[in-house]
Design a protein around this ligand. Structure first.
Ligand code: SDX
Length: 429
């Protein structure tokens, strides 16, 4: 392939370098475009055709349904790794040795407690507070308890402590946002439990009763968190990167990512899927009616959990989660009619020309809520679960951006407003 792309503007021809990644992806480098063309820029709302960076963390192929973290196929990691192993891999670039993993786990375990003063923040929220609003605020507030996290020039071990604190405390903050909404007493982390077990303990144990740990549930949660751990330059990760590019601290950058993930077009879709399935069930389960609504341009209804910006084939995560759904519900003896509706919806949609023509397939959010629901996690906590899973990706991408000294993100625009005009006093308007 040529090393340059030729561009002709106003009769002049420009050569723009073409760069190639390790998986043979190609990009036209337009970083010098405005200067070379004396002011002409490119524009691409939603960045559907524009790369924001080069990254060595996650590779996905939307046409072939491939997803790998640092080269390891998601299928293998979901089957064989622990979530903390995958977090280490995404953040530090390699799978940890036994000793590295032991040290990493110990550090995470020793930082799961949240400063006691933060408990007052929870009590100030109304019971109906959406946990994503609580979580975004709490994560940003960590920067006030650990002001050293604002120093971008601190030593690497201090940077690691900031990272480990966040990985360790997010499940505690998440579980406490749930306990606060239930007006139940907060449960403290226990150092003898692993990452997923600890979260389930803090969510469902009470001072008067232990949570009966079910390894089927623990394993399903571990798998779900791994499947959500990173996904290259999605909306929330791009948010973390652009906030971090101003050299805002990690906690503030991740807090912004949590807010971006909350949107129903992004991570909020897993909550929207269950609400959609419940609406269809309440309406009598007429799947064909709702698929028709999703196709009707005059109807704002969308099939939540369907479609994807980059997967124009199946989302490999949805394939794994669908199988896990059947296994977990069967092992738990849960018979959820919403799963039957979801499967019918998928079947009808995938046979429908509208969805086929637009390459709309189930995405990661379509089945994940069925498992969260079977575990007993309330619907409003589903996107909080997505946040816990995506945290290593947000951290890894923020760290990569900082280590590569990437410039502050500041897109250009094309102005379409009024041309120059003079001020008119209010009496004359
Ligand atoms: C996540 O980017 C990531 O990697 C995200 C994520 C991650 O891990 O970080 O994978 C997680 O966010 C998954 C997506 C969750 N969102 C949803 O499930 C919400 C429903 N899906 C959509 O709204 C939509 O599919 C998006 C937002 C996911 C993608 O939107 P795009 O790429 O901007 O595509 P589009 O909205 O321009 O749609 C293209 C066409 C349109 O029709 P036409 O104008 O061509 O006639 O497809 C239609 C859309 O109307 N369409 C849908 C649809 N999704 C797209 N029609 C009905 N139901 C849908 N769900």
């Amino acid at each position: 392939m040529n090393e340059f792309a030729k561009l002709e503007v106003d009769g002049k021809t420009y050569e723009l370098p073409i760069i190639e990644g390790t998986e043979n992806e190609k990009a036209i480098d337009i970083s010098k475009l405005r200067g070379a063309t004396e002011g002409v820029i490119a524009i691409d709302p939603g960045f559907k055709n524009t790369g924001s960076t080069k990254s060595a963390i996650t590779f996905l192929d939307g046409e072939k349904g491939i997803l790998r973290y640092r080269g390891y196929p998601i299928e293998q990691l979901a089957d064989s790794a622990s979530f903390l192993e995958v977090a280490y891999l995404i953040i530090y670039g390699e799978l940890p040795t036994a000793n590295e993993y032991k040290e990493f786990r110990a550090s995470i375990t020793n930082h799961t407690l949240v400063h006691e003063d933060m408990k007052q923040f929870f009590e100030a929220y109304p019971a109906k507070a959406h946990p994503m609003g609580v979580l975004a605020s709490m994560v940003c507030s960590l920067s006030t308890f650990y002001p050293e996290s604002l120093d971008q020039d601190r030593a690497d071990d201090a940077k690691d402590l900031t990272i480990h604190r966040l990985i360790a405390k997010l499940p505690t903050l998440a579980a406490w946002s749930y306990k606060n909404a239930m007006r139940h007493p907060f449960m403290y982390p226990k150092n003898d439990l692993d990452y997923c077990e600890n979260f389930l303990h803090m969510m469902f144990a009470m001072p008067t009763s232990e949570y009966q740990m079910d390894q089927t549930v623990v394993s399903a949660l571990n798998k779900l968190l791994i499947l959500h751990a990173d996904h290259e330059q999605n909306c929330s990760t791009s948010t973390v990167r652009i906030v971090g590019s101003s050299h805002a601290n990690l906690y503030a950058s991740v807090s912004a990512g949590i807010s971006a993930l909350w949107g129903p077009l992004h991570g909020g879709a897993n909550q929207a899927v269950i609400e959609m399935l419940e609406k269809i069930a309440a309406d009598g389960g007429d799947v064909d009616k709702w698929v028709a609504k999703a196709k009707d341009k005059s109807d704002s209804f969308r099939l939540m959990g369907f479609g994807h910006r980059v997967y124009k084939n199946f989302d490999p995560r949805a394939t794994i989660i669908k199988v896990a759904c059947d296994n977990v519900l069967e092992k738990m003896g849960v018979d959820d009619p919403l799963l039957d509706i979801a499967k019918k919806l998928e079947k009808v949609a995938l046979e429908d020309e509208y969805f086929k023509a637009r390459n709309l397939y189930p995405n990661v959010d379509f089945y994940s809520g069925i498992i969260y629901k079977a575990i007993g996690i309330p619907t409003e906590m589903f996107t909080v679960m997505f946040s816990i899973g995506r945290l290593p990706g947000w951290i890894g991408q923020w760290k990569e951006m900082m280590e590569n000294n990437e410039p502050i993100g500041r897109p250009r625009q094309i102005y379409t407003g009024a041309n120059e005009r003079d001020y008119v006093s209010i009496e004359k308007r």
